[in-house]
Design a protein around this ligand. Sequence first.
Ligand code: AP5
Length: 193
Amino acid sequence: MFNLVIFGPPGSGKGTQSEKIIEKYGLTHLSTGDILRSEIQSGSALGKKASELISKGELVPDEMVQEMVKTVVHKNIQAKGFIFDGFPRTRAQAVYLDDMLGKRNVKVNLMLALTVEENELKERLLNRGKLSGRADDQNETIIANRIKVYNEQTEPVMDYYEKQGKLYKVEGSGAIDIVFEWICLVIDKLKQG
Ligand code: AP5
């Protein structure tokens, strides 16, 4: 099993690059943001709680996302590997993921961290907000809070993987296909050992 964490601030291209990675490498996509949005759409109790937090740009509680991730991994245990998109977002989530995979004798093989300058992130998210209808893309205050929450609570997760020798940073501000080429170089090198 080859498990990859795609990481980076809001708007850095995690979802965009995930689609391309999945197409090329056949991994199973696990996006906690997508799962939460489908819970919101279904009107579930979990979705209602998540909606309040997401629309302010805050994180939902660790236990809630951890449970969702465990369910998806359990259901797809035959997968060639997972691409974790938007998870882990706190150190506690990273520890949880290691424990959960460890119990199945597998591990995170690689963290790919996309780096994009803050003004570009804001511009991308505001542009998408004009079309997407995503509550958290709708105004500058919410977007600024998402970036603040990322800087304070999520960015430290990089250190966790760096200490394990699994962190690779990729410049995420070029054209989508160029960013993807860099990502492929990293994945292919790692897979060849
Ligand atoms: P989530 O859905 O994970 O949102 P996010 O991290 O804010 O990321 P985005 O989807 O906005 O951006 P992205 O990096 O995927 O970029 P994308 O490819 O879409 O989470 C949403 C919320 O759910 C969180 O705020 C939190 O509340 C909650 N949540 C989720 N997971 C959680 C967890 N584990 N713990 C707690 N709470 C959690 O691209 C963005 C835009 O840029 C697109 O329009 C795209 O076309 C464009 N673009 C992409 N790449 C390029 C490029 N190279 N050049 C130009 N434009 C580009």
